[in-house]
Design a binder for this molecule. Structure first.
Ligand code: SAH
Length: 188
């Protein structure tokens, strides 16, 4: 059976192409940026920590790939990305091997997701890997679940993929596909 992260990648791979525009909302160690850069024309990758940009830049160079590495919060998406977006990924929580006090936050995660869903193409997809075992993680998980659950079913398909019998709060996956054009006012 696929692990949630494999599922996330397979879900996005189906809408990636040599003309696709992709967003990595949480660069972290850069694995997802590399994944997206291999399968799209342009990747916008966000992180608030300089360390994430350093690791990601290194990882991209090793693979001979490029991406727009943006040292800013994903909630500022619309300051950096103008056009429509085919695919996006979030990897929530803290950056392993770095400052564990820097975590994604409910307010900014949801604001970024709202902006992203607005700019997403019809047929475009977003996956969110939800890590919630750390302090503050539970609140983010609950806020996010409440937000995605109230999205119009005419405009978005929203699915969850989660292990039900594993110990230690393993991360789970939320998958969203845009079905028809959505007003920003419907998202807030
Ligand atoms: N929990 C995952 C990794 C998550 S990394 C795992 O264990 O594999 C999450 C990244 O999001 C971190 O690098 C962190 O710096 C970044 N981050 C936190 N707040 C952010 C924000 N507002 N915008 C963009 N990135 C943010």
């Amino acid at each position: 059976m696929k692990k949630p992260l494999e599922m996330a990648h397979d879900f996005l791979a189906e809408v990636l192409s040599p003309t696709a525009v992709a967003v990595d909302a949480t660069m972290g160690q850069g694995f997802d940026t590399v994944f997206l850069a291999k399968r799209s024309v342009c990747v916008y990758a966000f992180d608030v920590q300089e360390q994430a940009l350093l690791w990601t830049r290194e990882r991209l160079a090793e693979e001979g790939l490029t991406a727009e590495l943006i040292h800013a919060g994903h909630e500022r998406l619309d300051d950096y990305v103008n056009g429509s977006i085919d695919a996006a990924i979030f990897n929530l929580g803290y950056l392993p091997k770095a400052d564990k006090s820097v975590i994604t936050q409910p307010k900014t995660t949801i604001l970024a997701l709202q902006k992203l869903l607005h700019q997403l193409k019809v047929g475009g997809r977003v996956s969110l890997m939800v890590y919630y075992g750390h302090e503050g993680g539970q609140a983010e998980k609950e806020a996010l679940q409440a937000f995605v659950s109230q999205l119009s079913q005419k405009e978005f398909a929203v699915m969850i993929y989660q292990a039900l019998n594993q110990v230690n709060q393993p991360p789970f996956l939320i998958m969203i596909e845009k079905l028809k054009e959505s007003k920003l006012s419907n998202l807030v």
